[in-house]
Design a protein around this ligand. Sequence first.
Ligand SMILES: Nc1ncnc2c1ncn2[C@@H]1O[C@H](COP(=O)(O)OP(=O)(O)O)[C@@H](O)[C@H]1O
Ligand SMILES: [Mg+2]
Length: 332
Amino acid sequence: MVTQEQVKEKLESVLVPSVMRSLVKMNLVREINIEDGKVDITLGSATMTPDVQEWLKKKIEEDTKLDDVDTVNVSFTDGLPKDFNEIGNVIAVMSGKGGVGKSLVASLAAVSLQRQGYEVGILDADITGPSIPRMFGINTRPVGSESGILPVSSRSGVEVMSMNLLLGAESDAVIWRGPLIGKAITQFWEEVLWGKLDYLVVDLPPGTADAPLTVLQTLPVSGIIIVSTPQDLTSMVVKKAVNMARQMSKPIIGVVENMSYLYVSEIDKKLEIFGKSRGQEMAADAGVPLLANLPVDPELAKLCDEGKVELYNTDVLAGFEDSLSQAVKVLP
Ligand SMILES: Nc1ncnc2c1ncn2[C@@H]1O[C@H](COP(=O)(O)OP(=O)(O)O)[C@@H](O)[C@H]1O
Ligand SMILES: [Mg+2]
């Protein structure tokens, strides 16, 4: 007798056309019924056009004709992407101000978690300054149907959704007002089929004003990473971010100090070009771990510009990966 497991295994290898992610990872397999050699499979139809549904139906009916199976019947059930999304933890990356490398840290956090074998997505919630697709070298338009859209997979399989991907050209400026920004975030949450993810990293808008607040109120964030630089002359900016997180009852899982130093190999020295590192002190003040002191690294800047942030591989990043994997253990 054919078992549910055998059918599921077959379904795991069915990749949805144009996104090349499996139905199982997209969490679209709703039901598998087996009775007297008859296999009935129910799939969620979210984001699938009639053409794609037809293709999947044929493909599955062929693929699952295992030895003792007489007939395979595939049917679809409606629902919005949010009905099928199963996201373990949402981690938001926040900074006191813009230009401190928040998007970079969000990208590196996603890459680190992905390298540890987790299913990871990035929601670029910085609607007016979206920069995640650029760092990952993604310029493919998302596909979908009236019921919702699919994120775009990066080279290494991080699922990405950003305003940038929905605009015509990458340089189109988005001039949206507050309420609309809030709406986009809701749509990125409810109408994007993230499927099954262990972690969804959210790149918040910069600062501690309305925009990041809206996102924190809209999404079920379970932990926050705060990004600072030695340039944050007083630790006020970071304290503000910490206070905001506290007011929202969102746990901070750690602080990342970016642009901590420049390493000059000729003299084998770390130069604190933006001032004395204060990451440790700030993390201690907030009572949370310091996840990393990231250097100013021209190689990293180059990789970001070339859309190859996933290729970054240094001891410092390995250290970040370790401390992040420890820090996320406090999450539910
Ligand atoms: N540690 C770093 N080393 C080299 N370049 C960096 C570093 N941090 C940020 N950058 C560069 O600075 C720019 C701004 O970073 P970004 O993450 O987009 O900032 P934010 O999201 O805070 O505005 C990026 O193009 C990135 O390449
Ligand atoms: Mg940014």
